[in-house]
Ligand binder design. Sequence first.
Ligand code: ASP
Length: 461
Amino acid sequence: MKKIYIAETGKKIGEKVTAAGWVHARRDMGKIIFIDLRDSTGLLQVVFAPNNKDLLTQANALRPEFCVQIKGQINERPEKMRNPNMITGGVEMLAEELEILNESKTPPFELDKDTMSVGEELRLKYRYLDLRSERLHRNLLLRDRVVGFFREWLRGEGFIEVETPTLTKGTPEGAREFIVPSRIHSGKFYVLPQSPQQFKQLLMVAGVERYFQIARCYRDEDQRGDRQPEFTQLDLEMSFVEQEDILELNERMMIDMVKTITPDKRITTLPFPRIPYAEAIEKYGSDKPDLRQDKNDPNELAFCWIVDFPLFEKGDNGTLQAAHHPFCRPNPEDMELLDTDPLKVRGWTYDLVLNGYELSSGSIRIHQRELQDKIFRMLGLEEETINSRFGHLLEAFEYGAPPHGGMAPGIDRLVMLLAGEPNIREIIPFPKTGDARCPLMGAPSDLPPSRLKEANIAKDV
Ligand code: ASP
C-alpha cells in the first residue's frame, strides 16, 4: 500500500496521491459528500463530487471511524474555504477511488469531541478509541518527544542507558511492593521494583559513571489521589559528584527541554530558587510550594529546589524512619549529630518541585559500608535482616565503590504539567482506574487453579 501521510498533502498540490486512515466526520451538502479523513498526522478534507455517481454511492456508506483508503487529486481550496486551524487547511482531496478497509461499529463515545466528560470506566475499556481522540493523541506525541529529548540530551552528556531487572528483590523506599511467585523455587517470590535504586547504585560500583533509564516503577499502594500502581521515572545516577553537580545538570536539562519541546512556556524564575526544607515549611507550610505568579496562566512553569531535607523522620513509638530512603548520605556538617540528635541531621537530599508538584527526589548516596551499616542499625534493622536484605550492597561497597548520587524525575507528572492535564491518567497510554483495575484487559483477573498450583500458591487442584 503506497500511501502518504496526511501532513504531507499540503506539498502535493495538483498530484494524485493515496491517503489512508479513519473517517473522522462526514458532512453531506446536497449532492456532495465531504469527509474529514484522519491519520496519525492530522486531518484532510476529502470531497466526493456528484459527477462520479458510483463513487458517491460508495461514499454514502461511510460512517465515523470506518477505516478507509482513498485515492484522489490534491487541490488548493478556494480562498473562502481555507481553514487555518487545520494543518492541511489550504488543500483538499478530490476523491477518485475509495476502498473501505474495515467498517466500524458506532463508537461508544464521540471521538471528534473531547472525551474528558465521558465516564472513566468507558474511556478505559475502549482506550484504543479514546487514544484516537485529538487530545490524547497529542499527549502521546508530547510524551514521546519529552522522552526522546531526555535520551538524546543525556547521551550528549556522556550518560548511557542501562536496563535493570524488574523481577528482583525488595528495596525499601516506603511503599509496599508487588510480589511475583516463583514457579521454579517453591515458596519463594520476586518483587517488582519500586525503583531501580539499588541496581543504579551497583552500576556505579560497576564503573558506569553516568547511567540513565526510562524506568518503570511499581508500588502496591492504596490508591490515594492521583497515583498509579505503575509509573515511569527518568532514573539517573552519576559517580564522582556532589549535590551541586546533580542540581546543575538537572536544572540545565529541564531548561533545555522546555525551550526545545514547549517553547511557548515561560519559566518563572531562573536559576531555579533553592529553598531549604525548614524554610519551605515555615514560609509555605509545604515542601512542594507552588511558586507560580499567575496560577491561571497555562504557560507558566515554576520550578524550585527543596534542599536540606532531614535525613530521618519520627516513626511509630519514637523509632527513626528514613525520610527519603535509607541510602541517602548525611550532610557532612551534621555527621556528629548522628549519635546525639539524629532528627536534626540534614541529608544530602533534594526535591525538584514544579507548580506545586513533587517532580523528582534524589540524593547523594552513602558509598561506604560502615556508614550504611550504621544507618540501617539506626533505622532499627537487626544484623540478620541487614545481611539478608542488603548484604549484596554492603559487600559491593567494599570493592572501591565511588562516591555517587542521582535523582529520578517522574515522566508522567512532568508530561501532565507540560500538557496542562489535570491528572496523570490523561498522559499514560493505558492507565489503571483509581482502584487499580484495567477495564480494557480485565486485569487483575482470576487464574485457573492449575496455574495457581504451578506457581506454588495453591495446593492440589
Ligand atoms: N529512587 C528514588 C525514588 O524513586 C529516586 C532517587 O533517589 O534517585 O524516589
